[in-house]
Design a protein. Structure first.
Length: 505
């Protein structure tokens, strides 16, 4: 199987590179940039990609790499910081840019080399850099420029070294995927042989190896990630599996009943823990604190559930790659701690098994289809593990939960009525902890606003806001204000990811 290693130098969205490589049906793994060269070579990668990063190559603690990897004949692609690092290690000149580039930039291709083949001579790319390459290393040729960056891309075909200053992984670079395909197919000569559906038996074997002859619990929320993890686990260990659904009081309207009905063949236990969670969240306003509390209370609830099942050492979770990425680790910064990753308490008395840890959301859906799960589960909109707690900006109270739960139901009903469920990645409500003056029935109100959030995405790592029609937005707003007590204003979030996240907390 073709295999690419992405060396991570710290930018949060570097892992989008891995996502784009997977889109080209090539398997890849992300490793820290300072991984020893002998360790990388022992994995026999077919190509290396050096990612971007927030640091300057001039900083005393600037991330670096084993320089010997640049002389092995392995095809290497440097991106942004990766290009600057390659330049500095090979004797070129990098300096602070006289004019920094951030955002969309017009790039002009020079010549007809393989890296930029089939890309227009003039194209749009996404730049984000404060340093720039002013002189390429010996043996390199400049293959693209911009109005402010004289070396926007460079290549040394003899040494199989290639580099671009821009970010091909983001959707703001329309021809970015074409460039990556050029590198993978035409330069590294890789075969697109990665298919998530083929990983079903591998996931089954992983669970069997981890659990052995014992029993296991699987955390089931009803979302596609936990559902696929449960289906894999059921195939792996059969009736030695017990699914546990934690009712933390933060679910959507009718969700507990829907999940129970969707899994009639599983040994499914519902652990009612709403009071436990709400008491733990009482007075807490910080979003990171909320997530860590919820992570802790999840484990405590699973520990209680285990007492009813018997001796169980393993907890199977539907942790997916975006959860791991956004929770930080390595040199990446933490965007938000997911309750099943960064929010996990250190004293968790379980061996955690994560068969989906290396998969992106759309790959998990492919696995679900291969496992025979119904479309109602496979294509269910993602719902965060911390539930409505992270859709309430501020303190989680029974009143706030009631407001956001009712508003969320209205939004989902209207999306379904409009026939947009499969077109929208997520559509939901957010309750803000501010008040605004309104007028209802000729009287003054001082209520809270609801934010409607609707995004389209493939994997949750990047997202664009959905251009919902005005009639649909008007119906949503009218129903929310008319049916949800305490709400007197509705607004629509038109922020993409990045710079925002999909969830507000």
């Amino acid at each position: 199987m073709s295999y690419v290693i992405v060396l991570d130098f710290g930018a949060q969205y570097n892992h989008l590179i891995a996502r784009r490589v997977r889109e080209a049906r090539i398997f890849c793994e992300v490793l820290p940039g300072d991984t020893p060269g002998h360790e990388i070579l022992s994995k026999k990668p077919d190509a290396l990609i050096l990612s971007g990063g927030p640091a300057s190559v001039f900083a005393p603690d600037a991330p670096s790499m084993d320089e010997s990897l640049l002389s092995q004949g392995i095809p290497v692609l440097g991106i942004c910081y990766g290009m600057q690092l390659m330049t500095r290690l090979l004797g070129g000149q990098v300096e602070p840019a006289t004019k920094r580039e951030y955002g969309r930039t017009f790039m002009e291709r020079q010549g007809e080399g393989p890296l930029l083949r089939n890309i227009p001579k003039d194209s749009t790319v996404w730049m984000s850099h404060g340093d720039a390459v002013l002189r390429e290393p010996e043996g390199f040729q400049v293959i693209a420029t911009t109005s402010t960056t004289p070396i926007a891309a460079m290549a040394n075909p003899t040494r199989n070294l290639w580099a671009v200053q821009y970010h091909p992984e983001v959707h703001h670079t329309p021809e970015g995927q074409q460039m990556l395909r050029n590198f993978l197919y035409d330069i590294a000569h890789l075969t697109p042989d990665w298919d998530p559906k083929d990983r079903v038996e591998e996931g089954v074997r992983q669970i069997q190896s981890a659990v052995g002859t014992g029993r296991a619990l699987v955390a089931l929320s009803g979302g596609v990630d936990s559902a696929v993890a449960a289906a894999l686990a059921h195939r792996a260990i059969g009736d030695r599996l017990t699914a546990v659904l934690i009712d933390h009081g933060l679910m959507r309207e009718g969700e507990i009943e829907e999940v129970v009905a969707a899994f009639p063949d599983l040994d499914l236990r519902v652990e009612h823990a709403d009071q436990q969670f709400l008491e733990a969240l009482n007075g807490v306003r910080d979003p990171e604190a909320k997530r860590k509390i919820i992570g802790r209370e999840f484990i405590r609830a699973f520990e209680r559930a285990r007492e009813l099942v018997g001796p169980v050492a393993h907890l199977i979770q539907g942790t997916v790659y975006p959860d791991v990425i956004e929770s930080g680790g390595g040199k990446g910064s933490t965007i938000k701690s997911h309750h099943n990753v960064g929010g996990m308490p250190e004293d968790a008395d379980f061996t955690i098994v994560e068969p989906l840890r290396w998969f992106f959301k759309d790959e998990v859906r492919e696995l679900g289809t291969a496992l025979g799960l119904p479309d109602t589960i496979v294509w269910r909109q993602p719902f965060p593990g911390p539930g409505l707690a992270v859709r309430i900006v501020g303190e989680v109270t029974p009143e706030a939960l009631m407001m956001v739960r009712q508003a969320d139901l209205i939004i989902r009903q209207e999306v379904r009525r409009a026939g947009l469920e499969r077109e929208i990645w997520q559509a939901f409500a957010v309750l803000l902890d501010v008040r605004s003056v309104g007028v209802m029935g000729d009287g003054r109100t001082y209520g809270k606003p609801i934010v409607i959030r609707a995004v389209e995405s493939q994997d949750g790592m990047t997202a664009d806001w959905v251009r919902l029609g005005p009639d649909l937005l008007e119906r949503m707003a009218a129903r929310v204000v008319g049916e949800v007590p305490g709400v007197n204003r509705v607004v629509y979030d038109i922020t993409s990811k990045p710079p925002g996240t999909i969830e507000w907390e």
